[in-house]
Design a protein around this ligand. Structure first.
Ligand code: ADP
Ligand code: MG
Length: 240
């Protein structure tokens, strides 16, 4: 579903991505781990064209996303993105946050929007919060709303960039549980995370990035139990 070849990106003379090659199949959950500054966020941001890749190729479902004729807005509708900071609209209810984009872009009617918002909120365990404003929610609840909002566009791929890093520890589990349920439903997911338990137990593959390259791309079992590279061993010894 996602094919990346020789992806390169620099900021000035800071060469942040140094030739990324990766294939992600439909329904796979791939976790990306690695030290801070290794290029993980930049990699995700290139996938949804928030950053312009400098060199290399990215194909999603066979479509060349570097094609200058690509309709970027249309393309992004197919990717759900969840960030560390939830970025909910504070002046809108939970339901309005979720339905804003699909009402505009998918022309949902008011009734459809209401029904689907409740359905999505049920999926993230928050159906009773539809008419609540974000400032009345905990961090974990906000992040679950952010996930529901990303799902509302019915994306084929979900990208997560450290979705639990800004949460108090007691709220991490509820967000990871929602992500786990998406994996079970067969969603294709790329998850940048420091949650090694999630990477180990839920993902199909783990990619270890360092200094803008993929050092290791393995099954979780292989990567955690039998890391091949010194850099991977060194990183894991610090985080496990
Ligand atoms: P990670 O997510 O692995 O911590 P990032 O992809 O955020 O790493 O950053 C990798 C490097 O790129 C860092 O050195 C960071 O300072 C730099 N960088 C990221 N985004 C920008 C930007 N928009 N402008 C300049 N430098 C950036
Ligand atoms: Mg990052």
């Amino acid at each position: 579903m996602i094919k990346v070849r020789n992806l390169q990106k620099s900021f000035g003379d800071n060469h942040v991505l140094n030739g990324i090659d990766v294939d992600i199949r439909k329904g796979e959950c791939v976790c990306v781990i690695g030290p801070s500054g290794s290029g993980k966020s930049t990699f995700l941001r290139c996938l949804n064209l928030l950053e312009k890749p400098e060199e290399g190729e990215i194909y999603i479902n066979g479509q060349d996303i570097m094609d200058p004729k690509l309709n970027v807005d249309k393309y992004r509708e197919n990717l759900g993105m969840v960030f560390q900071h939830f970025n909910l609209f504070p002046n809108m209810t939970v339901k309005q946050n979720i339905t804003l984009a699909p009402v505009r872009l998918k022309k949902w009617t008011k009734e459809e929007a209401d029904t689907k918002a409740i359905e999505l909120l049920r999926r993230v365990g928050l159906e009773r919060k539809a008419d609540t404003y974000p400032n009345k929610l905990s961090g974990g609840q906000k992040q679950r709303v952010a996930i529901a909002r990303a799902l509302a566009m019915n994306p084929e791929v979900m990208l997560f960039d450290e979705p639990t890093s800004a949460l108090d520890p007691e709220m991490v589990g509820e967000v990871l549980d929602v992500m786990k349920s998406l994996v079970k439903e067969g969603m294709t997911m790329v998850v940048v995370t420091h949650e090694m338990g999630f990477a180990k137990n839920v993902s199909d593959r783990v990619i270890f990035m360092d200094q803008g390259v993929i050092v290791e791309d393995e099954s979780p079992r292989e990567l955690f139990e039998n890391p091949k590279h010194e850099r991977t061993k060194n990183f894991l010894s610090k985080v496990l």
